[in-house]
Design a protein around this ligand. Structure first.
Ligand SMILES: [Zn+2]
Length: 421
């Protein structure tokens, strides 16, 4: 894969040290394991600058030297391969939690955004007022079980709706009835003194595609999330757009061509009313396909050969495809990532989305520009973990400080203050 290098701005003093550290870290992410001399070549930094930054990043435990492959040289020699310090070798990890309806999911991810462990927690009928406390208790137990001595960088949380990451606030989440809820602080309270960062789930997935997914995602992408909540995110040149009040991405009421579904907003044909999990579950129940309005049951029924379930999922996929066509025509991104359960599990539904999008779009005749998220069924926990990992790859030194990473000194698991199970 050819990755597009990040720009490394020339700055003085600490700003420059930070930018150089980020460049080294991201070069190793994209190309590692590789020797210091190769890091210099890929990043455009001088060998001396690479050496300095690598020393910093070793000290913080983010990089490690691999056992030597070739001849000659000891520790610190320029040809010793360097890689991210990964979870498999007990390097640092990030926890991710996605708070959804009617289930939440947790995961532990390493510095390459790869899943070490994950779990789904169903909470059908749970009271949304106490849901954060409930989720943080379960997450705490999950961490006690799976950290296995690895140092925890922090906890990333993702949720649907309008989320303000700077305030750690859910401004509005209609499905859960949350308004101005300080979710990051509530989760942190339930997790001892652990740091929690919060973002909208559509933006978090877009960010995980930029950091760990396909190279085109770094040029420009649109991410469309189809769950019980329907929202979207836009990334350009590696940056996910937030807009004033972090309100970007509300596509719930985007009019879908040819849809007549009635929306609570009073209009017909809105995307969420047409294609959300809730809408599809209710339609499936009305048509007698499933006993409960649960989209997972519809997906299971289709997988077991139920033609009516399959037809309904294809109808939804084509509606999603028509919405994708509108987004393609307005924004012309290099990549459209669609997070939707049936198409993640079965590529035939992705083909339906692609077909409908290309049929309607005026600018896109390449179905391959429309893809499922790179992490497949683990998309949500990986994206939530990215809420912690993204700032680390952009401003590593500042982020470690914000995460209260042990004193800028050598990192050890005993300093991690993990609570006993
Ligand atoms: Zn509407």
């Amino acid at each position: 894969m050819t990755f597009i290098p990040y720009a490394t701005p020339r700055m003085a003093g600490d700003g420059r040290r930070e930018a150089n550290a980020a460049a080294v870290l991201r070069t190793v992410l994209d190309h590692g394991p590789l020797a210091r001399s190769a890091i210099a070549r890929h990043s455009g930094l001088s060998p001396a600058a690479v050496s300095r930054q690598a020393t910093d990043l070793f000290r913080h435990g983010l990089l490690r030297e691999l056992p030597e492959l070739g001849e000659g040289g000891g520790v610190g020699r320029p040809q010793v391969p360097v890689d991210l310090h990964l979870g498999a070798s007990h390097g640092p990890v990030a926890a991710g939690v996605h708070l959804g309806v009617p289930a939440s999911s947790f995961g532990l991810v390493d510095l390459r955004g790869r899943v070490i462990a994950r779990r789904t927690m169903n909470h059908v009928g749970a009271d949304p007022r106490v849901l954060p406390a409930h989720v943080s208790r379960e997450l705490d137990a999950f961490l006690a079980e799976h950290l296995d001595g690895r140092p925890l960088l922090g906890v990333g949380a993702a949720a649907g709706g309008w989320v303000d990451p700077d305030q750690g606030l859910v401004v509005r989440h209609d499905a859960l009835g949350w308004f101005h809820r300080p979710l990051a602080a509530e989760l942190a309270r339930g997790l001892g003194r652990r740091r929690v960062r919060l973002d909208n789930h559509a933006r978090a997935i877009a960010q995980s595609e930029i950091l760990f997914g396909r190279p085109q995602a770094r040029r420009s992408l649109v991410h469309l999330f189809i769950g019980n909540v329907v929202d979207a995110a836009l990334g350009i040149a590696g940056v996910v757009h937030q807009g004033p009040g972090s309100a970007a991405g509300d596509v719930a009421h985007l009019p879908v061509p040819d849809s007549t579904a009635v929306c609570p907003c009073g209009r017909a044909g809105c995307l969420e009313a047409t294609a959300s999990n809730t809408a599809v579950g209710e339609t499936a129940q009305r048509r007698g396909i499933v006993p409960e309005p649960d989209v997972s049951l519809v997906v299971d029924a289709a997988a077991a050969g139920d033609r009516r379930a399959d037809r309904l999922l294809r109808e939804r996929a084509r509606a999603v495809g028509r919405a994708v066509a509108l987004l393609l025509d307005v924004l012309n991104p290099d990549l459209v990532v669609v997070t939707e359960q049936s198409s993640i599990l079965n590529p035939e539904y992705l083909e339906e989305i692609r077909g409908a999008a290309v049929d309607l779009s005026h600018v896109c005749d390449d179905p391959e520009r429309i893809v499922s998220p790179h992490a497949g069924p683990a998309t949500l926990p990986v994206a939530a973990g990215t809420v912690v990992l993204n700032p680390l790859f952009r401003r590593p030194l500042q982020t470690l400080q914000e995460l209260s990473w042990p004193g800028g000194g050598a990192l050890s698991t005993s300093q991690n203050a993990d609570k006993p199970g």
